[in-house]
Design a protein around this ligand. Structure first.
Ligand code: PMP
Length: 433
């Protein structure tokens, strides 16, 4: 891809009026300046509380490999203090190195205005997702997505008053021809007309989709990226299951083919380090990441400094190779869980349900045969039989339509529980036929 000529991006085209009106907070800028200053700097500025007044003195964490992380008094003072809105510098730098070695984004060498790769730490990938939509979407805008999709994305987008343009997909993700068909009612030239209602954003979950378990093939990604170039779309690559791909080599990301700087990528540590620590990271072209950071300055201010230091210390101890070894152990676990669900599904659901085997993630997406709508079965009868599943409607753009699907997660239950759960589901389906 690197030999391909770069399109010049006009980022202001994508930013809504709220985002365009954001300005740097002078106080936040001072906090960041102080963070980078030598200890000889005397600060009578800002409103930093005095950490000597905080009650916590030290902390120590034991890692499962037997090593430990200890925060002494000075680290503790920093951990309990405000910090930079883009993330603590050492964690940002670690994550940039990770993105560079995994995705090698072509925009690394661009100038900042031309869309140079930048990155900020977020409170889970959900914060990145919400801030990106809040930067890009205005009421009445159309957004392209494949459906069914993550209910958290629908929950974000619905109140924004945007129109959903659904693109067909299958177990290999978005079907490029369908994307072209949906866009064919516009001309690529419409992207230059500010009054046109041409969509500007494509949202997708490229690996182990939630809820479908589908992963986009590399060939399709290349085609989708070309269509995005033709119609000047931004691609929102929401990829929390990237590190749960069962087979190597991992699929190339949209970020890895992003010659133009049109990809905003959300990564998450929720499935591999901790969901409750709330650490994700948003990668994309600097002009857009800067807008998100301005929003962070004015809202959450930053992800917890304590949490970031905890994660950074672990990652520094591990190094990138230790981190990837850990990811491999996590993948081994989820692969076995997936195999257990596969075995049990074949045992109990063979003639009752259609499904595809996921190549990443935590979910099976099951179509109940002969049942037009799974809602009552799952929310009432399954509850009585003590098996919890999510009815497919939760992931549909039009949730008023009947939906024969259910989502089954293999992440948390033991293989024995998975087996019993699917046995109970099979009995319920038979009763309903
Ligand atoms: N996107 C998708 C597709 C998800 O499945 C999830 C988690 N359920 C998220 C984003 C949010 O994850 P995080 O914990 O990183 O905020």
């Amino acid at each position: 891809m690197s030999a391909i000529f770069k399109s010049v991006m006009n980022y202001s085209r994508f930013i809504n009026s709220v985002s365009a009106a954001r300005r740097t907070s002078p106080i936040r800028a001072l906090t960041e300046l102080l963070e980078r200053s030598p200890p000889t700097m005397i600060s009578l500025a800002g409103g930093l509380p005095n950490p000597d007044m905080f009650p916590f003195e030290s902390a120590s964490f034991t890692i499962k490999d037997g090593r430990s992380i200890t925060f002494g008094l000075e680290t503790m003072k920093r951990a309990l203090q405000y910090s930079s809105s883009s993330g603590i510098p050492e964690l940002v730098s670690w994550m940039k190195d990770l993105q560079t070695s995994i995705h090698n984004p072509p925009t690394l060498k661009c100038s900042p205005e031309q869309g140079q790769m930048d990155l900020c730490v977020t409170n889970g990938s959900q914060e990145g997702l919400s801030k990106v939509f809040e930067m890009l979407i205005s009421p009445g805008d159309s957004i392209l997505l494949d459906c069914p999709t993550y209910s958290g994305t629908l929950a974000l987008l619905r109140p924004m008053g945007c129109k959903f343009l659904t693109v067909s997909s299958d177990q290999y993700g978005i079907i490029p021809q369908s994307l072209s068909d949906v866009l064919s009612r516009w001309s690529p030239e419409d992207a230059k007309n500010p009054d046109s209602d041409i969509p500007k954003v494509l949202y997708t979950i490229p690996n182990g989709g939630n809820p479908t378990g589908a992963s986009i093939t590399p060939e399709r990604k290349v085609e989708i990226y070309q269509i995005a170039r033709k119609y000047d779309l931004l691609i929102i690559e929401d990829d929390p299951y990237f590190f749960l791909q069962f087979e190597k080599p991992w699929a190339p990301s949209f970020l890895s083919m992003d010659v133009d700087g049109r990809v905003l990528r959300m990564d998450s540590f929720s499935k591999i380090l901790s969901a409750g620590l709330r650490i994700g990271f948003l990668t994309g072209p600097k002009p857009l990441i800067s807008r998100v950071i301005l929003h962070i300055q004015a809202s959450t201010m930053h992800a917890s400094t304590f949490t970031q230091l905890m994660v950074f210390n672990l990652l520094q101890q591990w190094g990138q190779s230790g981190f990837l070894e850990h990811v491999d152990r996590v993948i081994d676990f989820y692969r076995k869980q997936k195999d257990a669900m596969q075995l049990s599904a074949e045992r109990w659901l063979k003639d009752l349900v259609d499904w595809n085997v996921p190549s990443a993630g935590m979910f099976y997406w099951m179509k109940l045969k002969g049942i037009s709508d799974s809602h009552q079965l799952i929310t009432e009868k399954a509850l009585q039989k003590e098996v919890l599943l999510v009815p497919g409607q939760a992931f549909m753009v039009d949730s008023s339509m009947p939906c024969p699907y259910v989502r089954a997660a293999f992440s948390l239950s033991t293989p024995e529980q998975i087996d019993q759960g699917l046995q109970r589901l099979a009995a319920l389906i038979k009763e309903s036929l």
